[in-house]
Design a protein around this ligand. Structure first.
Ligand code: PEP
Ligand code: MN
Length: 352
């Protein structure tokens, strides 16, 4: 993927309200965060799940963003979902556009937007699709690349989660990490507001993003968050935004000191040994699983035994908790192990 370097600061910060609500609101917020944020964001057309929610102020909000530019000299950004949105934004000299998560899922929409950006060289930000499909995310970036857009950044805003226990959108960090492996020069910006859905969790997720060597953050910021017309629980006040950013620890991506390098190598060697042991144990476990498969055929038992699965889950979580391991991680791990046990046993059955 081609990408012209256009971000020269870490963390690169995009901030502003979820939605532009009035001219006073955007100007008030922009004036409070100028000098802190690098780009001012505000949604004009809002893709809402319910038609009864506030769906954005529409075209007239672009005039407010123009005012923000004039008053604060900040760059301004908004979301586009159709070629018409792109056309209107370009007419009003919006500096940066982003493609939202509900648009990235659809290659037809992305292609139409890309076509309308031919010959335009402003930065375009691409949010991850709602579900963890890395191919769609990369595909959207490639569609933009193909029409000549070369200033791109990916925005990681997490993935739809049905239970929403901790986060509104599951971060699944492995997905943006994989994107980074595939495309080394695309800047990745984390959106902790849409990941967490709760302002109290934004600092921790922002720090994680920095520790994973992300390039920047997009944090929803509102002058009166509790009364915001969209996403009230996840927006922070301008003062809080500054605190969050000031408290971030920016660590080095590579180690320069030789002594540290050796220490890290030693620790990594230990991890390698543990991983080998885990694989060896999984191989031993597989032999027993095959034996159980044969036993089930001989005794005409179904492969999947619901009570046994509940028992595995309960006991493994109990052991994990006694060892101060994350119970959720252990249940995800055993769900995977169990899934493959079933596949192995199905193969044994089919052979018979
Ligand atoms: C937003 O940034 O306000 C937004 C709608 O985000 P997403 O597309 O990530 O849901
Ligand atoms: Mn929002």
């Amino acid at each position: 993927m081609k990408n012209q370097k256009w971000i020269n600061k870490k963390p690169f910060l995009i901030a502003g309200p979820c939605s532009a609500e009035s001219q006073e609101q955007v100007l008030d917020i922009a004036n409070s965060i100028k000098g802190v944020a690098d780009i001012f964001r505000a949604g004009i057309w809002k893709p809402r799940t319910s038609p009864n929610s506030f769906e954005g102020i529409g075209e007239k909000g672009l005039v407010w963003l123009e005012k923000v530019k004039q008053e604060t000299s900040m760059l301004v950004a908004t979301e586009v979902a159709t070629p018409k949105h792109v056309e209107l934004c370009l007419k009003k000299n919006i500096d940066v556009l982003w493609i939202g998560a509900r648009t990235t899922v659809n290659p037809f929409y992305v292609q139409e937007i890309a076509n309308s950006l031919k010959g335009v060289n402003i930065p375009i930000l691409v949010k991850n699709p709602i579900h963890p499909d890395l191919g769609l995310w990369i595909g959207a970036i490639e569609r933009l690349n193909k029409v000549g857009v070369s200033k791109i950044a990916a925005i990681h805003r997490g993935f739809y989660s049905y239970d929403k226990l901790t986060f509104r959108n599951d971060p699944k960090w492995e997905v943006p990490i994989r994107l980074r492996e595939i495309s080394k020069n695309i800047p990745i910006i984390c959106d902790p507001s849409h990941i967490t859905g709760k302002r109290a969790l934004i600092p921790t997720v922002s720090q994680t993003a920095m520790d994973l060597n992300f390039d920047g953050l997009m944090i929803e910021t509102h002058n009166n968050p509790n009364n915001a017309l969209s996403d009230p629980d996840q927006q922070v006040k301008p003062k809080k935004l500054s605190q969050i950013v000031n408290k971030l620890i920016i660590r080095n991506a590579s180690l320069r000191n030789k002594e540290f390098k050796l220490q890290l190598l030693e620790l990594r060697n230990k991890i390698d040994v543990f991983d080998e042991e885990i694989i060896e144990l999984l191989s031993k476990r597989k032999c027993v699983v095959e034996k159980i498969g044969k036993f089930k055929i001989e005794n005409e038992l179904t492969i999947f035994q619901l009570e046994r699965w509940f028992e595995i889950l309960k006991s493994r979580k109990r052991i994990a908790s006694a060892m101060e391991l994350d119970e959720e991680m252990i249940s995800e791990f055993f769900a995977l192990v169990h899934k493959y046990s079933i596949i192995i046993q199905t193969k044994v059955m089919q052979k018979k």
